[in-house]
Design a protein around this ligand. Structure first.
Ligand code: NAD
Length: 495
C-alpha cells in the first residue's frame, strides 16, 4: 500500500511513525497510509518556507507570474487527473469534482494578474518637491489549513495569490483527502516554482498547532468547521499572526409565492444534494412563504426520488459521505428530525447505492414542517438533508435567516424585483443569490460569510485576498537634484 507523506523543499520526505488511513468512501476500502506530522516535521516545513522566502520575494513579478501561467496551463491540461483524485478520496461525483477544479483554476487565472493587482500609487509634489508613493509587499511564510470537502478548490482560493504576491506557503490539507495537495505540489515543481516556496504538511492538530504558534509563520488562512475556525483565529492572532478563518454554515433559500416553482424545485435539489450536501454553500433550509409549500414539497420530492446515489465514477448524481462516522452522524440527525415531529417526505436511509463494497451512503432526504427549535434546523448537518420550514410572510422568512448564528450564503427565489432588492439590502449574510441557489462569487470577487461563518476581516480571493497576502508601505521622498545617469540605447525590457 502506498504511503503519502509531506512535500517539503521540493520533494517528498520520509513518513514518521504517526500514521492514519485514507479510504475511498464509495467502497469503504483503505487506499493509502498517511503520515501525520510531528512537531519536528511541521518545523521542517516552516524552515523550508522561511529559507525560500527572501529569494522568492525578490524574484521579479514577471518571472513569478510566468510560473503562475505555467501552473495554469499544466492544471488546465491535466484537471481530469486531479478531479479523479478528489472523487476517489472525497466521494463527490466526477463532474462535480471537475467543477471544483475549474473554480480553483479561476483563482489561478486571477492571480496571473498580480502585476496589476499589486500596483501601488504615486503622488508628485505632495509637499514642495516631496513625493509620496505606496507599495504592497509580501508577508513571508503563510499557512493554509483546508477542510475535507474541497481538496483542490479551497487550497486554490489562497495559494495562487499568496505565491504570486511573493509569499511562501505551507499547506496543511485535511487528513481525509491528502493526495490532491501533493499532486498540486508536483505540478508547481513542473511549472518551475523554486523548491521551498510551496510545501505540503500532512497531519492533524499537531501540525495545525505548530503552524499557529510558530514565530516564522506570518499569516494563516483557515477553512473548516466553526469551532475549529474560532480556535484557529484566537490562537493564531494571540501569536501575532494575520488570520482569515472561514467557518461552517446553515444556508437558507426563500421561495416567495410568485416564484417559478419548477425552477425553485430544481435549484433546491441542486443546492441541497449536490456533493451530498457536503458544501459550505449547500442549501439546508428552505423557507416556503405563503401557501406554496404543498406544491413545492411535492415537486422537490419527485425530483429527489429520481436521483441516483452511488460511486462517483459510475455516472451517478450523488456520491457517498466522506467517512462512516460522518454518515452515522447524518443518519442520527434524520432519526432526531423524525422524533422531533418533522414530516419525513423522502428517507435517504433506505437508499440502495450503485456501488461495490461497503461505502458510506445516505440518499437525498427531505423533511417538511420543520421548526427552528429542531436540531435538524439548528445544526450544520453537512449531508443531503433538506428541511422545509413553512412561514407566513417574507418578513418572517427574513427574520429566521437574520436570527441564525451563521451567515455564509443565502438565496431568494422570486420574480419581484422589489422583494429581491430588499432581501439583498437587509439580509445579514455574506454571499447572496437572487434566483441563484449557490452564489459562489467569481475569483475576482471575494468569498466569505458573516457572523459565525468567518472570523477575521478579509474574505478569500478577489481584492480582499490580495490585501490579505500583502501589506502596505507608504514612502515619502525628497531629492535635492537629479542624479540618475548612464547610457543604454537598447529597447527597455522586463527582467
Ligand atoms: P474541520 O474543522 O474538522 O477541519 C478543518 C481543518 O482543521 C482540517 O485540516 C483538520 O485537519 C483541522 N482540524 C480538525 N480538528 C482540529 C483541531 N482540533 N485542532 C486543530 N486543527 C484541527 O472541518 P472539515 O470537517 O474538514 O470540513 C467541513 C467544515 O468546513 C464544515 O463546517 C463546512 O461548512 C466548513 N467549510 C467552510 C467553508 C467556508 O468557506 N466557510 C468552505 C468549506 C468548508
Amino acid at each position: 500500500m502506498k504511503t503519502i507523506s509531506h512535500w517539503i523543499n521540493g520533494g517528498y520526505v520520509p513518513a514518521g511513525e504517526r500514521r492514519t488511513h485514507v479510504t475511498n468512501p464509495a467502497t469503504g476500502k483503505v487506499t493509502a497510509e498517511l503520515a501525520l506530522a510531528s512537531v519536528e516535521d511541521a518545523q521542517a516545513a516552516v524552515a523550508a518556507a522561511t529559507t525560500a522566502y527572501p529569494a522568492w520575494r525578490d524574484t521579479s513579478l514577471t518571472r513569478r507570474t510566468q510560473i503562475l501561467f505555467s501552473f495554469r496551463e499544466l492544471l488546465n491540461a491535466r484537471k481530469g487527473e486531479l478531479a479523479a483524485i478528489v472523487t476517489a478520496e472525497h466521494g463527490k461525483v466526477f463532474d462535480d469534482a471537475l467543477g471544483e477544479v475549474s473554480r480553483g483554476l479561476e483563482v489561478v487565472e486571477f492571480a496571473c494578474g498580480m502585476p496589476h493587482l499589486m500596483k501601488g500609487s504615486y503622488t508628485e509634489n505632495a509637499s514642495t518637491q516631496v513625493d509620496i508613493h505606496s507599495v504592497r509587499q509580501a508577508l513571508g511564510p503563510v499557512a493554509i489549513i483546508s477542510p475535507f470537502n474541497f481538496p483542490a478548490m479551497v487550497p486554490m482560493w489562497f495559494f495562487p495569490l499568496a505565491i504570486a504576491a511573493g509569499n511562501t506557503v505551507i499547506l496543511k490539507p485535511s487528513e481525509k483527502v491528502p493526495t490532491a495537495a501533493g499532486w498540486m505540489a508536483e505540478l508547481w515543481k513542473e511549472a518551475g516554482l523554486p523548491d521551498g516556496v510551496f510545501n505540503v504538511l500532512q497531519g492533524d492538530k499537531v501540525a495545525v498547532d505548530t503552524l499557529l504558534t510558530h514565530p516564522d509563520v506570518k499569516a494563516v488562512s483557515f477553512v473548516g468547521s466553526t469551532p475549529i475556525a474560532k480556535y484557529v483565529y484566537e490562537t493564531a492572532t494571540a501569536n501575532g499572526k494575520r488570520v482569515q478563518a472561514l467557518g461552517g454554515a446553515k444556508n437558507h433559500m426563500i421561495v416567495l409565492p410568485d416564484a417559478d416553482l419548477d425552477l425553485a424545485a430544481d435549484a433546491a435539489i441542486n443546492a441541497g444534494f449536490g456533493s451530498a450536501g457536503e458544501r459550505c454553500m449547500a442549501i439546508s433550509a428552505l423557507l416556503a412563504v405563503g401557501g406554496i409549500a404543498d406544491g413545492l414539497v411535492a415537486k422537490i420530492a419527485q425530483r429527489a426520488n429520481a436521483l441516483r446515489t452511488g460511486d462517483g465514477l459510475r455516472g451517478c448524481d450523488m456520491g457517498p459521505l466522506v467517512t462512516s462516522a460522518h454518515r452515522d452522524k447524518v443518519t442520527g440527525y434524520v432519526d432526531a428530525g423524525e422524533e422531533a415531529g418533522a414530516t419525513l417526505v423522502v428517507d435517504g436511509r433506505t437508499v440502495t447505492p450503485d456501488a461495490e463494497g461497503d461505502g458510506y451512503f445516505i440518499g437525498p432526504t427531505l423533511f417538511d414542517n420543520v421548526t427552528t427549535g429542531m436540531s435538524i434546523y439548528q445544526d450544520e448537518i453537512f449531508g443531503p438533508v433538506l428541511s422545509v420550514l413553512r412561514v407566513e410572510s417574507f418578513d418572517a422568512a427574513l427574520a429566521v435567516i437574520n436570527a441564525n448564528p451563521y451567515g455564509n450564503g443565502t438565496a431568494v427565489f422570486t420574480n419581484d424585483g422589489g422583494a429581491a432588492r430588499r432581501f439583498q439590502n437587509e439580509v445579514e449574510v455574506g454571499m447572496v443569490g437572487i434566483n441563484v441557489p449557490v452564489p459562489v462569487p467569481m475569483a475576482y470577487y471575494s468569498f466569505g460569510g458573516w457572523k459565525n461563518s468567518l472570523f477575521g476581516d478579509t474574505h478569500a480571493h478577489g481584492t480582499e485576498g490580495v490585501s490579505f497576502f500583502t501589506r502596505g508601505k507608504a514612502v515619502t521622498t525628497r531629492w535635492a537634484d537629479p542624479s540618475h545617469g548612464g547610457i543604454n540605447l537598447g529597447f527597455p525590457q522586463n527582467a
